[in-house]
Write a protein that binds this ligand. Structure first.
Ligand code: SF4
Length: 391
């Protein structure tokens, strides 16, 4: 079986070349061809010897997920629905802004964690994505966006890179696919590949505590946590993983994460060269009408998070039939924000983007699975095409 070279970070690629009797510097050369040039044809990698190119063609491939659809919203948001085989599709979303372009990447086909408000959770879990399928989303976006006129993707003051920031915030729980996600992020950070700083790669988790500690050790990047509730009783309902890792443990892990990035534990020279990740955690909080949006709950949240350097991102809920939830009125979102801000917490309200292309995570992929499932005569319950919330 041939090795897909997009599955390999610098270390694994070096081992691969050692295994075929080649020098370590070949790994750097091939990383640049794959990720900076976007070349998938070994015969075109002109600084490799002819013999090596032929050797590679017998032992390796470069396979990226292929695109099923690519809608573009009127606000410039792009969404790619990528096929990963066996009827599974994943979503990748690009959000252009004046000063940056953010790519939201999926880590699993479906998700097992069943957060109460999430479209992806409603689809159930299908499988973990491979490293190639994760980093392949960035590979794809850079190729597509790089071939378009700059003004089509970013404003006048825009960053010169088509993708300046990556958020692991699409379909799936990234820390439940730890090894593949970390390998993909190492490629994103690698100067011979995408060269992103740790501050520009954000991993968003629902709160798998041991994996947060591992991430801090193995690949520290900016951390976002889906909080969504100010106490365990409510969070147990909204984010069921809370029953296993309650708030006290989760917040302690957040604190350890931030302490490490403040410098105490930075010993790895490579980490220092790439810069520390951010010195705060971003807490995401979806605003659900009458569920978690009262003034009292805002005050509870302030008390809960007082020991963790943090920012808040309040997310208006995208309502959908049968969700059982509704979006909080804007006035209540503003009142909630004011309480947090008055307590000294930087708090933003997320702008809704890409509404006309089902911008919320899981909607398009849900439809693909919905059609497939109906053909197969399975229950439509597991795969409803609904609007969830990760974006
Ligand atoms: S919010 Fe995230 S962790 Fe929760 S079900 Fe959705 S994709 Fe999974």
């Amino acid at each position: 079986m041939k090795t897909n070279l997009l599955d390999l970070d610098a270390r694994a690629l070096t081992e691969f070349f050692a295994g075929i009797g080649e020098k370590p510097y070949r790994a750097r050369q091939v990383l640049r061809w794959l990720h900076q040039v976007g070349q998938t044809d070994f015969s075109q990698m002109t600084d490799l010897s002819k013999a090596l190119r032929e050797k590679l063609s017998t032992r390796a491939v470069v396979e990226v997920p292929h695109c099923v659809s690519a809608p573009q919203a009127t606000d410039g948001t792009r969404k790619w629905l990528l096929s990963v085989g066996a009827g599974n599709a994943i979503e990748t979303v690009f959000i252009p802004e004046q000063t940056r372009g953010t790519l939201c990447i999926s880590s699993q086909a479906g998700c097992a964690l069943e957060c109460a408000f999430c479209a992806t959770g409603r689809q159930g879990f299908n499988r973990n994505l491979s490293t190639a399928e994760i980093v392949g989303q960035l590979w794809w976006a850079v190729r597509v966006l790089g071939s378009e006129p700059r003004n089509a993707r970013l404003g006048e003051e825009g960053n010169t890179r088509p993708v300046s920031n990556v958020v692991m915030m699409g379909m799936g729980e990234p820390l439940a696919n730890f090894a593949n996600v970390v390998r993909a992020m190492r490629i994103m950070l690698d100067d011979h590949a995408y060269g992103l700083s740790r501050r520009r790669v954000t991993l968003s988790t629902s709160g798998i505590v041991p994996a947060i500690d591992r991430l801090r050790e193995e690949c520290p990047v900016a951390l976002a946590v889906s909080l969504h509730a100010p106490n365990d009783a409510l969070r147990d309902e909204l984010v069921p993983i809370n029953r296993k890792y309650p708030l006290r443990e989760l917040l302690a892990a957040c604190r350890r994460y931030v302490d490490a990035s403040l410098g105490d534990e930075i010993s790895d020279a490579k980490w220092q060269r790439k810069g520390a990740p951010r010195d705060f955690v971003t807490f995401e909080y979806i605003m659900l009408d009458g569920v978690n949006d009262s003034a009292q709950q805002a005050r509870e949240l302030v008390a809960l998070t007082r020991d963790v350097p943090c920012k808040f991102n309040l997310i208006p809920f995208n309502a959908f039939p049968d969700s059982g939830f509704a979006r909080s009125p804007e006035s209540r979102v503003r009142a909630f924000q004011e309480i947090l801000v008055n307590a000294g917490l930087v708090t933003t309200v997320r702008k809704t983007r890409g509404d006309d292309i089902s911008g919320a995570c899981g909607q398009l992929a849900g439809r693909v699975r919905d059609r497939r499932t109906r053909r197969a005569g399975e229950s439509a319950m597991r795969v409803r095409s609904v609007a969830g919330e990760r974006l």
